[in-house]
Design a protein around this ligand. Structure first.
Ligand code: EPS
Length: 341
């Protein structure tokens, strides 16, 4: 089992990931981790911060000569903008952000005390941790990719850009839908025997934890609810040499909370970014008067970046499920068990 946590404030010194449970003997490709961090920074509609940062990870522990030791791996990504103590506070919580509930919960008068940790900048650490998991999965031949399905309802790339430009002009923001696909998965990751072992439940929890993600579906997802069973389920075929196979993948690679050998297809709906340059009205927590919400530097849309975070989150869950099924201690043994399964 892997256990992992992140630490770091958006404008603090750094973002950190601490991952325990990766097997010994895994080659750690630092360039790959940095490529993943760079992918997270891309996308049309990102904010000015992405021009400031050049996210690069330092591996602080858990490796010797670039191979994992089985001990906890700590990854550190410095923040170039580390002005946390100099940034102004605010008392006008942004609708849709963590500000108001966070101020109430932790007894802060200043919304910045919430913003700093609630910021989607935290996903830097998730992508770093996810990159390590991807390296592990790659050893078993399992690959992950993603794509942006839509932004603000537009599926065409040119239309998405136009929509983002229009949102920027209006001081507004957009959300969208992204898809994460994992391929070459073995049959039987996860289990039907207990609710918390179902792989779809574990993936959904991981994906919906991404800031602004409000919905997750697998395969046909919500659309399956409108179909006859005969038109929703994937027929099973068998061929000598090939084994069992399907001609459709409406289930998105999961049946009974387990992988069925088909590509895993998860789709996530992301709400529009909560920081608007032309802010919504809110209530000032000091004066209790109606005021415009606090305006912060932010993204217009970040669906492309969220898709990379989605890959990382899915990679952590799939790594966990593989370790559960094929062993935990060292890569050599895991690969051997994997081949025999
Ligand atoms: C982000 C860093 C943040 C935001 C954005 C994502 O940096 P800053 O606040 O300094 O501009 O650009 O965060 C949000 C949109 C949010 O709502 O928290 C990043 O690294 O991804």
């Amino acid at each position: 089992m892997i256990r992992w946590l992140t630490a770091g404030e958006s404008h603090g010194e750094c973002m950190l990931a601490l991952i325990e449970g990766l097997p010994a003997g895994l080659a750690v490709d630092a360039d790959f981790i940095n490529q993943e961090l760079s992918r997270r920074q891309q996308g049309y509609g990102r904010g000015a911060r992405m021009g400031i940062e050049k996210d690069t990870a330092r591996i602080l522990s858990g490796i010797k000569n670039n191979r994992t030791l089985g001990s906890p791996v700590a990854l550190l990504v410095p923040n170039r903008d580390c002005s946390i103590d100099d940034l102004p506070g605010f008392t006008a919580p942004r609708p849709g952000h963590a500000d108001l509930a966070g101020m109430h919960k932790y007894d802060f008068e200043d919304g910045r005390c919430v913003l700093e940790r609630a910021s989607a900048r935290e996903t830097v650490a998730r992508v770093a941790a996810g990159a390590l998991c991807k390296l592990f999965l790659r050893e078993l031949g399992i690959t992950l990719r993603s794509r942006t399905v839509s932004v603000g309802g537009c599926t065409n790339r040119a239309a998405q850009r136009k929509r983002i430009d229009r949102a920027r002009k209006k001081g507004d923001t957009l959300g969208g839908i992204f898809e994460v696909i994992a391929e070459h998965l073995p049959v039987g990751l996860g289990s039907y025997v207990q609710y918390d072992r179902r792989l779809d439940a574990r993936l959904a929890a991981a994906l919906v934890s991404i800031p602004a993600v409000k919905g997750v579906e697998f395969g046909l997802g919500f659309a399956a609810a409108d179909r006859y069973g005969s038109q929703a389920h994937d027929r099973i075929y068998y061929q000598e040499g090939r084994g069992y196979y399907r001609r459709t993948n409406n289930a998105g690679g999961l049946e009974g909370g387990m992988t069925n050998g088909q590509p895993l297809v998860c789709r996530c709906a992301m709400k529009p970014i909560a920081t608007l340059q032309k802010p919504l009205p809110t209530v000032d927590v000091k004066s209790k008067k109606t005021v415009p919400a606090s305006v912060q530097r932010s993204d217009i849309a970040a669906v492309e970046a969220a898709a990379v975070v989605g890959e990382a989150m899915a990679a952590t869950v799939l790594t966990d499920a593989c370790l559960e099924r094929f062993g935990q201690d060292n890569l050599k043994m895991i690969k051997k068990t994997f081949r025999q399964a």
